[in-house]
Design a protein around this ligand. Structure first.
Ligand SMILES: Nc1nc2c(ncn2[C@@H]2O[C@H](COP(=O)(O)OP(=O)(O)OP(=O)(O)O)[C@@H](O)[C@H]2O)c(=O)[nH]1
Ligand SMILES: [Mg+2]
Length: 197
């Protein structure tokens, strides 16, 4: 399993062309505001409040780079679907994320996080369709799975897979930043992605 020894915050940017140097492979996390992107990054690196977490949605408003053992970057993207921001700001973020996803050659995999209990919303479905259209490699992660009883998880997994049009729901990871469910699987997945790069 991938062992993370050193994690450090590098920088926050708004424009993908300001990506840090040296260029390293990037694994990015995207999803609705409050879905648990920052929490999952904290769980992976084992540092509480490493990537900022908040009860208020819309905490992460920039593209945040974290260097892991000087060999790759974890990238925390701003959440979408947050109602309480101005239209202009929303359009601005959307553009920034789109440009990042379309142009960044260093992006090796996008982790698309959906709430494991709530299930995918319209904007999650739209994102996945957009990623399919642009052939951007992604992996679905159901978050906060501690809030779904163990008995209901297989059914929930199948449902999330179906709504997002995934042929194989078995590839979908179920994670909890709270009790670290799925952490090893996610670390293994990242290791595999980096190896095949
Ligand atoms: N029960 C449970 N709560 C979680 C989990 N992960 C995150 N949360 C809670 O969900 C809220 C949002 O978590 P964040 O990690 O800030 O979510 P985010 O996706 O980074 O949100 P934005 O930065 O606003 O886009 C916080 O109150 C977390 O404590 C989890 O695995 N289980
Ligand atoms: Mg965040």
């Amino acid at each position: 399993m991938l062992q993370i020894k050193n994690a450090k915050f590098i920088k926050s940017i708004m424009d993908w062309t300001d990506a840090p140097t040296p260029p390293l492979p990037e694994i990015a996390f995207v999803g609705r505001s409050n879905v648990g992107k920052s929490s999952l990054i904290n769980c992976l690196v084992n540092i509480r409040n490493f990537a900022r977490v908040s009860k208020q949605p819309g905490k992460t408003r920039t593209i945040n780079y974290f260097a892991i053992d000087d060999s790759f970057y974890l990238v925390d993207l701003p959440g979408y679907g947050f109602a309480k921001i101005s239209r202009t700001e929303k359009a601005h973020w959307q553009k920034a994320i789109e440009q990042y996803l379309l142009n960044n050659q260093q992006l090796k995999m996008l982790m698309v996080l959906v709430d494991g209990k709530v299930g995918p919303k319209d904007n999650d479905v739209q994102l996945v369709e957009w990623l399919n259209f642009h052939q951007i490699p992604y992996h679905i992660i159901a978050t906060k799975i501690d809030r779904v009883s163990k008995n209901s998880r297989p059914k929930q997994r199948k449902l999330i897979g179906e709504v997002l049009g995934q042929e194989s729901a078995s590839r979908l990871l179920m994670c909890s930043a709270k009790d670290s469910t799925g952490k090893e699987d996610l670390l293994n997945l990242i290791e595999t992605i980096l190896k095949h790069d």
